[in-house]
Each structure stands twice: as C-alpha cells, then as structure tokens.
Design a protein around this ligand. Structure first.
Ligand code: ATP
Length: 478
C-alpha cells in the first residue's frame, strides 16, 4: 500500500491530472486560493452531493438552505465575529513574518505553552525567541455595499455559513412543517483572511463548508451530540476513508468557546510531513447561544442606527427577561411551552475532505513488473464513473462504443476514448480513479458482448450489450 509522503507530491499529482490548480497561475498565482480542474470539480461536486444525500435527502428531520454570502452586518455583531473573530499572531523581529501563536513550535519540536514565546522557532527564518507580543489579527474580509455615500455600508464576506442558518431559523419554522428536533443544512463558500497558509487546499482563504445546525430540546442535546458524532464519523468511512486514518479529538475545557458545552473534531491522518492528524470537521454542542444572541441583535437595531450604523460602536442590548418566548423561540404545542432550542453543529470543510478522499484513495502497486498508479475512489466519488473504448478504430467498433457512452451519459459521467493502446487507456482511467471500463471488441460483433474491467481487481468479465446499462447502474448504485 503506497501513500504520498510529501505535500509537494500531492500538489503535483493534483495539477498533472487536472484536479487542482493554483488560482491565477498565469499571473504568478494568488496565495491560498485554488481552482478545481476538470476532474477536481467532479470529485468535489460528488463529495458535496454525498454529504447532501446523507444529511438532507436520506433523512426526514433535516431541510436544506442556500443563504447569501453577504448578510446584514449586525449578524456578525450578534454572533460575536465582529468583535472576536481574530487569531492571535506574533511577528518575528528578524524576518518580520507573522505566524499564528497557537501554531508555533518550541526549539525541541514540542508544542509547549502557547503563551511562552521565548523558546519558539520562527517557521520562516528559524530564529528562536524573537517574537513580538501577540496581537489579534481580524480574519473577516471587508467589502463596501451601496453606490451612494449616504447608504454605503461595510459588509463582511461570511467566515462561516452557520449564521445564515440561524438568521433563517424563523423563516424555516414558519414555512415548513418541521418541529424540534430538526436540522437545517447548507453548503456554501466561506472566507477567512488566514494568517497561516501554504497548506494547499487544507487551509485556504476562500473555501467551502457544509454545515448542519441541528435544533433540539434542552436536555436532549447530549444524546444528539453523540448521535451526530457517530453519524459524521461513519460518513467518511462509508465513503472509503480507511478507519485507521480517522479519529475523534475531544476539545479540552480551555479550548472550548465560553458558550460551548462540548466539541469534538474528526481528524484525518494526513501522510505528509510528520504524519499529522488534522481537523476535517468540528462537531459542537453550542447550547442556545446563537439564537439567544440573535434575539439580542434584533433588539439592538435602534442602537445600530443611533451609532451611525458603525458596528464597532454598537453595544448589544441586554437579553429580555422572557427571552425564552422571544422571536427565535420554539413553541412545543404538545408540552405547551416555549423554549430556545439547543444546537448541535457538525461543521465540515468540503475542500479538506476532498483532499482527504484524494490522498486516501491514492495507491501504487506492481503489476507485471510495472508500477500501476490508481486512485481507489468510492464509486460515488469517482469523477468519471465509466470509460468506454473501441478496441480498434474499425469494423464499426467506434459507433457501438459511442452509442453505449451516450446511453450511459444520461445517468452517470461516461467518457469515450479511442486513442492509444488499450493497456494505456486502462492505465489512464486507473490514474483518474474510474471504477469501470467497457471495451467493445471482436466478441461484440460476434456475440453481442462487451468486456467490463473493474479498476481495483482488474478482473474482466463479459456482459451482453443489451444489459450493459443495467449492469453498470446496478454496480454503481445509480
Ligand atoms: P482551524 O483550527 O484549522 O483553523 P477551525 O477550527 O477554525 O479550523 P471551524 O471554524 O470549526 O474551523 O470550521 C469548520 C470546518 O471548516 C473545519 O473543520 C474545516 O474543515 C473548514 N475550514 C475552516 N477554515 C478553513 C480554511 N481556511 N480552509 C479550508 N477549510 C476550512
């Protein structure tokens, strides 16, 4: 079993095969921004589809949402992001590069005390103990909205999709028949002006999140938290991630946000560097913090106008005494009571999981004295599901192969290829992770069968032409 041990190897593989390119490369590149190429966009779309299918389509208790990236600035006041969403950074006095304090390592390689900088090594120039006092660095990108000076205001590109869900909690309750316990799920772009970069698509400044806010009755939250941890772990392994490469990491009490009751990360063991375990997803018990904060935000709109719509000058007003009956409360008509639901939040990164699926699928093996490179994607994630080849470009084989391809394209991504020796064509599909190849050959003309080759076992079987569509759809479960 071969793995990729250097990040550079995965970067070059991703580029060579058209999965991922540096953004704006022809202009020298834009740091921490990436583009998904022809195979990459299929892979990432499949990851998103698999997530949506598992959390929305297959469940009765979750509905979907697609909220806008630009939102009212008071959302970020109420959520706490406007005041607190910053990383503590420190500048190296020697080379002036800035690093997140929590990511600095001691001279002996240990993590040590985060606040003790005298022994920390600058990752850019290797100087030891040359750091300035830590300072907060704001992570939200600002932009201006409005054409006229009097109505122009500063907005923020959202740093998470979750707040769009809380802001629509009432709309969803009023327009659908959901009742607590229920969830709202959303996939969308988020933006953070990250300090630490150079981690390929693991940490980018524009990225895609898939988030669920699952609303439940206080008192049932701990049970739901455990249920969601198990469900989200299983999602990765069901889609082929090796269980040995996945683990939970429970946050220590001093790592938790003040309002959070508990938080666990799902971590993946990336094989690069020292083989670091890194976060793919966080699952948090956020109690009733967010909805209560937005009720305060809604009550603070006068203050916002009075302060000339300057977010930094606004203070949120206190919570109403009967907040549990407020506009973002839920009325349980069986128990005849109002309450603010508790929230379990599984928050996943679609780029990070795409990277994990790519790395985990990579394999090299010796076949007849030659190295075979293969991406063993789960069929649901494979960018191309089936490739169809005429053995030779004559005797009507291309026409038959074209017909089979067109027929399959209505259901799955199918790719026609007639160039090069048949062995080379198989290898190219192995490298792209295509689970099945169909070859139209002499037997097709004589016996109306095609040869189906399976990617992982390389086994070949004959299937009759009129059953090929059903056979492939059955195998792919599509
Ligand atoms: P980190 O500690 O790595 O910066 P975080 O704990 O701030 O991440 P969350 O705010 O919990 O991350 O975001 C939820 C998920 O969104 C993460 O688990 C990750 O998959 C994804 N994510 C967050 N920031 C980025 C980023 N800059 N690039 C790519 N994905 C990201």
């Amino acid at each position: 079993m071969a793995t990729l041990t250097k990040l550079d190897d995965i970067v070059s593989l991703a580029k060579r095969r058209g999965f991922i390119f540096q953004s704006s490369e022809i202009y020298g590149g834009l740091a921490s921004c990436y583009d998904y190429g022809p195979l990459g966009v299929e892979l990432k779309n499949n990851v998103k589809r698999a997530w949506w299918k598992s959390v929305v389509q297959m469940r009765d208790d979750i509905v979907g949402l697609d909220s806008s990236i630009l939102m009212h600035p008071m959302i970020w006041k109420a959520s706490g992001h406007a005041d607190k969403f910053a990383d503590l950074i420190s500048e190296c006095k020697k080379c002036h590069s800035r690093t997140r304090v929590d990511q600095l390592k001691n001279k002996n390689g240990s993590e040590g005390d985060v606040n003790e900088l005298s022994n920390k090594v600058c990752p850019a120039c290797s100087s030891v103990g040359q750091f300035t006092e830590p300072m907060p660095f704001k992570l939200m990108f600002e932009t201006q909205m409005g054409a006229n000076a009097e109505d122009t205001m500063t907005l923020y590109l959202r740093p998470e999709t979750a707040q769009g869900i809380f802001a629509n909690f009432r709309n969803v309750l009023d327009s659908t028949r959901v009742k607590v316990p229920f969830g709202i799920a959303q996939i969308g772009k988020s933006f953070r002006n990250e300090v630490t970069t150079k981690a390929f698509i693991f940490r980018t400044r524009e990225f895609e999140q898939a988030e669920i806010e699952f609303f439940c009755e206080p008192g049932t939250d701990e049970q739901w938290y455990e249920t969601w941890k198990a469900a989200r772990f299983a999602w990765y392994t069901d889609l082929g991630i090796k269980a040995d490469n996945l683990r939970f990491r429970e946050h220590d009490a001093d790592e938790l946000a003040h309002y959070a009751k508990a938080c666990t990360d799902v971590e993946y063991k990336f094989p690069f560097g020292s083989g670091d375990w890194q976060e793919l997803e966080g699952i948090a018990n956020r109690a009733d913090y967010d909805l209560r904060q937005h009720q305060r935000g809604m009550r603070s709109m006068n203050a916002w106008f009075e302060q000339g719509r300057d977010l930094m000058k606004v203070n949120l007003v206190d919570e109403a005494e009967d907040y549990h009956k407020g506009p973002l409360s839920f009325y349980d008509d069986q128990k005849k009571k109002h309450y603010i639901p508790y929230v379990i939040e599984p928050s996943a990164g679609m780029d990070r999981s795409t990277l994990a699926f790519l790395v985990d699928a990579y394999d090299e093996e010796e076949v007849k004295g030659q190295t075979r490179n293969v991406l063993r994607f789960h069929p649901a994630l494979a960018p191309t599901k089936v490739a169809v080849f005429p053995l030779v470009k004559k005797e009507g084989m291309p026409d038959i192969a074209h017909n089979i391809t067109d027929d399959l394209k209505r259901y799955v991504t199918a790719f026609y290829d007639e160039k090069g020796a048949i062995g080379r064509r198989y290898r190219r599909q192995d490298e792209a992770g295509t689970p099945y190849c169909i070859t139209v050959d002499g037997d097709t003309l004589a016996e109306k069968t095609v040869t189906v080759r399976e990617r992982d076992s390389m086994e070949q079987i004959k299937v009759s032409v009129d059953q090929i569509k059903g056979y492939i759809r059955d195998k792919l479960d599509m």
